[in-house]
Design a binder for this molecule. Structure first.
Ligand code: FES
Length: 154
């Protein structure tokens, strides 16, 4: 074997032996916590404005300003709460379909449609069309200044 050919083989061997390290470095970057955070919380709602629940069971979940921009989905410690306006009134309900637990979606006509089996709910949570038989849970809601308080506790 000539010297030039030997050096060429050594170069290829070094490149091949370093390839697993390069691939591992790329894999670790994809598995970083930053990447996990991007996918796990998508579409699950914003954090509550405050975490404390007062002695009457109310918790500040959002601001009036946020609601003015459109419906707000808040992920509380216990349930998701969807806050929106219907006929000028604030409404807060649990958007979890009572049939098998999919998240219902607000329609342009103010009703909710379940994407899984097409159950339909009215803005007040009542069932408009099955297969769901139980209304969406509705929570008491009130405004205190700019804060929107929802009775999520007992
Ligand atoms: Fe909503 Fe089945 S989960 S209709």
């Amino acid at each position: 074997m000539e010297r030039r050919q030997f050096l060429s083989w050594v170069g290829v061997g070094m490149l091949a032996s370093s390839l697993p390290f390069a691939l591992a470095a790329c894999t670790q970057a994809e598995d970083s916590p930053e990447g996990e955070g991007e996918s796990s919380d998508a579409g699950e709602g914003i954090a509550p404005l405050e975490t404390t629940i007062d002695d009457q069971g109310f918790q500040a979940l959002a601001t009036r300003e946020q609601l003015d921009l459109g419906p707000v989905l808040v992920a509380t410690a216990t349930v998701p709460v969807f806050i929106f306006e219907a006929d000028g009134e604030m409404v807060a309900l649990n958007p979890t379909c009572t049939h098998k637990g999919c998240t219902v979606e607000l329609q342009e006509d103010g009703t909710f449609l379940c994407p899984c089996h097409a159950a339909k709910f009215m803005a007040n949570g009542e069932v408009a069309d099955g297969p769901a038989e139980t209304p969406l849970p509705v929570f008491e809601i009130k405004a205190e200044g700019d804060r929107l308080l929802v009775k999520v506790g007992a």
